[in-house]
Design a protein around this ligand. Sequence first.
Ligand code: F6R
Length: 589
Amino acid sequence: MYMCGIIGYIGLKKASPILLKGLKNLEYRGYDSAGMAVLSSNGIEFRKGAGKIEEIERRLNFEELEGSIGIAHNRWATHGDVNDINAHPHFDCSKTIAIVHNGIIENYKELKESLSDHNFESETDSEVIAHLIEEELERGLSFEKAFMSAVSKLDGNYAILAIKADEEKILTARRGSPLVVGIADHGIFLSSDIPSFLEWTKKVVYLQDYDVVVVDRNGIRIHNLIEGEVSRPIDTVEWDAEQVKKGGFEHYMLKEIIEQTETIQRAIQQDEDVVKRIAEEIRRAYGTFFVGCGSSYHACLAGSYLFSKLAKTHVNVVLASEFENYEHFLTENTLVFAVSQSGETADVLEAVRTAKRKGSRVIGIVNRMGSSLTRESDQFLLMNAGPEICVLSTKTYTSQVALMTLLAYALLERHEECVEKFKELYMDIYNLTSRSMRDYLKRLAEMLADKEHIYLIGRGLQYATALEGALKIKEVSYIHAEAFAGGELKHGPLALIEKGTPVIVFVSKENEERILSNASEVKARGGFIIGISAERHEIFDYWIKVPECGDLNPIVQIIPIQILAYQLAVLRGLDPDKPRNLAKSVTVI
Ligand code: F6R
């Protein structure tokens, strides 16, 4: 479920340069630490450390590792700090077994307790896997049997690679986390993603959940923990170099929309104590501001509804470019949340400096570690969404909203409950970004591609979603899109509705009656109603089904509009990744 990149190689060539290149191609999956273990005549040799791969490769000299069998890992921390010890690979007590792991081992605490006589070095959940294998080996099992037995004890998600001194093989298992085999002339690859080995081969075998694979110099053997011995077909991928970087997708925008299954989960993996302390600061503050631009501002607005309705806490939402007008209200007791994906937006940084001049405390909500906002704020929460290459914010928007939700729940001292709610969202997001959903929205896009105007309406939290939806549509398809609070229609915008005018209506259980009544005002004037809701209503001309998720509606309801905006751009022959006149980080005021 959580992103990290893993890669293994067994073959005729020296493994370390191949693995290093693979890690660089997998960097989009995580980049706070990296490491590598290689089988050599002296047993297992390894290097690992915290930092981006291009920073640590000079320090760690990965390529000094000799040997033609090895495994490697890019980390994106979930359990344990970012430091050298928590970087993968992890080992058993005698360092004869090395493992790398992508995922979360949910029962690692119980497993660790059952291994109390083992010497654990790191704070990670992953290390337990190496010690489990060691324990099984001590019972007299072979490496393969010990690995299989260890894997069958794991709850959660995993893609694991394991090597053992004196055994010329790599063992691997997957459940929930991606893992694919690459078959080249000179060797076999095991990796989280195809781009890591595409330079060497286009022949791939996609592994399935519960597959346990033995890869040695004779080839691969697959045993599925449920089905027994299985064979899986060899496919050939046809990608060009550009697509490779995009993980096989035509555009970064689509790739990043789809990544939300994982990025939303990662956003809420925050240190609970830190979140609690921030909640305490909000309680104590004399005035709290949420400040951002564009999509980040919309996330702030969604946050303000959540704070108000859930936590009964008032916050001021201000566009960063307008913040100076509120300067007089800033004191040493004011708390300012500066929300920015890039952490480089000039208007946001200006607002931060204004706040700091007044002695107010600034907390950044930011995606890019090392950005100006991480340096200039007093404290920051990272969205952990991974690099967002498309100019439009998609996955970073939902990460921002997820963090706002987490803070609102923290104010109610219901952190755990919030985390559980998000976990339950996993399959919903997966379904909302599925191919069938994308095809369904493409049909809608075909109906809308020639329209001059699209309007969006919502109430409460759904008004923030409507604003964000309108921004997505207009900036990528260049169709004029505008959002209104449902109740505002009769105060002017209704004059815009004529026969066939498309209006997207965001419906939630809470305000169903009132927003449907707004929709009927539109329908009565000939409007074409596109409903986004859990249930179909008669008034809809087109229905986009989304689950009813209460406080989490802003996350599930925006995803179809992100996809619709993408499809509109593609149908109109535009490059969704690079809309005209726009830049990813707006570093000018
Ligand atoms: C919209 C979009 C922009 C950004 C805005 C703020 O898709 O990407 O509206 O949200 O420029 O950028 P950050 O979050 O980097 O401060």
